[in-house]
Design a protein around this ligand. Structure first.
Ligand SMILES: Cc1cc2nc3c(=O)[nH]c(=O)nc-3n(C[C@H](O)[C@H](O)[C@H](O)COP(=O)(O)OP(=O)(O)OC[C@H]3O[C@@H](n4cnc5c(N)ncnc54)[C@H](O)[C@@H]3O)c2cc1C
Length: 380
């Protein structure tokens, strides 16, 4: 009997577990998910909490109920990984050994990594923070809203753009757009990291009078003076500051020999194997791959890992073409006013971006509802 351990009960870990449970017989393997929360969060819904369009209490479901009954579920925090011994240690003091290991512990927003952030800035990367921001936006009567990215990489690269566009529409509906200035900051010399996306974003910003401040690498926030400072020496006063915090991998991976100092795991871009270890894979936000940290990334990566594990257990070669990840990512961009566009790309093909329209928006809204039925359950 082989033991497959899957770390993280979020998007990537749940899909891998359910696909393996469908494909393998329980007599041959034990499949266990270890996660530090009993809940599975649909994080894209957090984007809508600040605008009162989502209830933060309704964006999580029981991970146990999403998992196939053949999968064991353990609620515990992984605190140490010793690859040489094929061993993991947990916060509750358990030692877990494995034959196959899948790391899907995601990424964590770390506002405390920036001086003054916690006291002076807001964000929407946890349900609680998004709800605090809802109250602030409800009370806003005008002034200056600064939205920005406080460090790359971060999850869902388009989320800060979406927030900016949704905030503009929200302020317009509220009747305070004319007395609220919106400034968007980005660390690179353009408004987004993928060149083909820039013209559409620039055009939307121009139409909606949103000012972009590029080359703005967040240094600190002064909560008293309500000023945000960049390493480049720019200082921006604000009434509300909505910053994407710097992100890191899970604590047990930071500085680990198989990862970098921020906890991004050294992952092969095609096989998704970790540092060449034959029986360890990583997927989703936790990898060091230079692609979007997005749920769709984890969704497209999961079958690649599952095919390799199943082939190894069956002592076969994986089916041709099915065990290689090509960098496929799909992301909607909600542009506000009931319109959206979509980015679809892979390692070799950058996205072609179209003007936002109502159809794409409908698709995004439908996907947000269907996620629970289709994605973690591995129906698609
Ligand atoms: C506001 C917002 C909007 C987004 N919008 C989109 C979107 O439109 N489209 C899109 O594709 N993606 C979007 N994303 C990103 C998407 O949610 C993530 O990329 C996706 O959830 C990553 O999946 P994952 O399995 O890697 O990690 P996660 O789904 O985050 O799961 C990680 C799991 O690991 C657990 N864990 C962490 N550390 C440990 C540990 N030490 N021990 C045990 N368990 C641990 C966590 O509790 C969690 O259950 C958005 C994210 C946010 C925050």
């Amino acid at each position: 009997m082989k033991t497959i351990l899957i770390l993280g009960g979020g998007t990537g870990g749940t899909i891998v577990a359910n696909r393996l449970a469908h494909g393998l017989r329980p007599d041959d393997v034990s499949i266990e998910v270890v996660s530090d929360s009993p809940l599975h969060y649909y994080q894209p819904a957090q984007l809508y909490v600040p605008f009162g369009e989502e209830d933060p209490r309704k964006i999580a479901r029981s991970e146990r109920k999403l998992l196939n009954p053949k999968v064991n579920f353990r609620i515990d925090t992984i605190s140490e990984w010793i690859p040489d011994k094929q061993l993991l240690r947990t916060a509750k003091g358990e030692n877990l050994s494995y034959d196959f290991l899948v790391i899907a512990t995601g990424s964590i927003a770390c506002p405390e990594a920036v001086e003054g952030f916690v006291a002076g800035a807001d964000h929407f990367y946890t349900p609680e923070a998004a709800y605090r921001l809802y109250h602030k936006l409800s009370e806003l009567e005008g002034g200056r809203l600064v939205v920005g990215v406080g460090g790359i990489p971060y999850k869902c690269p388009v989320a800060p753009l979406e927030f900016t566009l949704l905030a503009e529409a929200f302020l317009t509906h509220k009747g305070i757009r004319s007395n609220t200035e919106i400034v968007y900051t980005f660390p690179l010399n353009e408004v987004f990291q993928i060149a083909s996306v820039v013209p559409v974003v620039r055009s939307l910003f121009e139409q909606r009078s949103i000012r972009a401040e590029t080359f703005f690498n967040l240094e600190s926030v002064d909560p008293e003076k309500k000023v945000v400072k960049s390493l480049e020496g720019t200082e921006l006063p604000f009434d509300i500051l909505v910053m994407t915090p710097p992100h890191k991998g899970a604590a047990f991976l930071r500085g680990h020999p198989m990862a970098d100092n921020d906890g991004w795991v050294n992952t092969d871009r095609n096989t998704l194997r970790v540092n060449g270890l034959p029986n360890v894979w990583a997927l989703g936000d936790t990898t060091n791959l230079p692609i979007s940290k997005a749920g769709s990334t984890a969704h497209f990566e999961a079958p690649v890992i599952v095919e390799q594990i199943m082939a190894t257990i069956r002592r076969q070669e994986p089916p041709p073409g099915k065990a290689t990840y090509n960098g496929h990512v799909t992301c909607f961009i909600d542009a506000g006013y009931g319109k959206a566009t979509i980015l679809d790309f892979d390692y070799d093909h950058p996205p072609t971006v179209y003007e936002p329209d109502e159809f794409r928006h409908l698709q995004k809204m439908a996907f947000n509802k269907l996620y629970w039925h289709l994605v973690p359950t591995a129906v698609i």
